[in-house]
Design a binder for this molecule. Sequence first.
Ligand code: C5P
Length: 397
Amino acid sequence: MLSGKTILLIIGGGIAAYKSLELIRRLKERGAAVVPVMTGAAGEFVTPLSVSALAGGKVYTDLFDLTDEAEMGHIQLSRAADLIVVAPATADLIGKVANGLAGDLASTLLMATDTEVLMAPAMNVRMWEHYAVQRNLAWLRDNGVRFVGPNEGDMACGEYGPGRMAEPMEIVAAVEARLARGVLSGKRAIVTSGPTHEPIDPVRYIANRSSGAQGTAIARALAARGAEVVFVTGPADVAPPEGVEVVKVQSARQMLAAVEAALPADVAVMAAAVADWRVKSESGSKIKKVKGALPVLEFEENPDILAQVSQMTEGRPGLVVGFAAETDDVVAHATAKRARKGCDWIVANDVSPETGIMGGTENAVVLISDAGAEDWPRMGKQDVAERLADRIAAAVS
Ligand code: C5P
């Protein structure tokens, strides 16, 4: 619930602005007061009248409006809010804020504020990938601006890729996570999840049976406790949770790069089933089937992300949690793994086919830490995640 909270909603000029109307409704349904601000270009996509009718109050559009100044003042407007949400955050608005330009009301408010800012970017895929936009995003991220989305998919301009604005309910979840004064608020967590795909050639890959369910549940549980979560996921079966920053990767090497880019963090939970090996020389073209001649694949070792993060000499997360999927001697193997990798805790489980755990909805784990091995009863993966998140909260707060 968001009752008693005031959201300053800045609507940028993009086709995704129509989703902001729905966003206003969803925020108001949860009890929030929404103060809308529109850029000049936003008015080309949605009318101030619709925005004002849904928000139930005045829409602010003009930097040089004497009535506004007399009533409230622009700086006051931006500071009175509990959170500033920019949706859609266009390349133009992102660029203005990152470069200190304040030529209109929206950018002036964003510069004059000391309130946290959550941006929901939306733009054409090529624009999103442009180095200037990526540089601006990195800069803003480093300076405390939070992001939700963008999602990948069909775009209004007919192209496909990342750049679609997050759906209204995803933005609401991110708003709730930011405003939740949970036990983990102010803490940053990285969660890896899902399998990795190691390419053989452009059409074939080596994978494993991980569904990503346990990692997803953990990311959700940490976000629900107010943590800022970067969720680095391989190609999983289950959808990523709402209210987290999702980084999608394919291979182990990409996963390592994404984790490194997401550091520093207070907690790292490595729940991904990372492939131990990759094909040594990935073929650039599809390997042809030749009768009687079987291809020989040579492997090389993948980086061990958990071990690398655990053994960092500088900037190591305060708590590093690994997983151990074993089929026999679970506790002994997992205890040895904890020592070998250097992580603080290992969540060990038996993934023998008869347990139905790999790809299933339940898990039976043993938590291995300095204190020894603690058996947890068999329970749903979300329940395992909730319990683990409570233990994490107790350890890091
Ligand atoms: O060595 P093993 O794969 O059994 O270790 C499992 C733990 O290590 C999991 O937490 C997994 O996410 C992590 N891991 C990793 N990078 C690898 C292999 C495993 O982060 N290359």
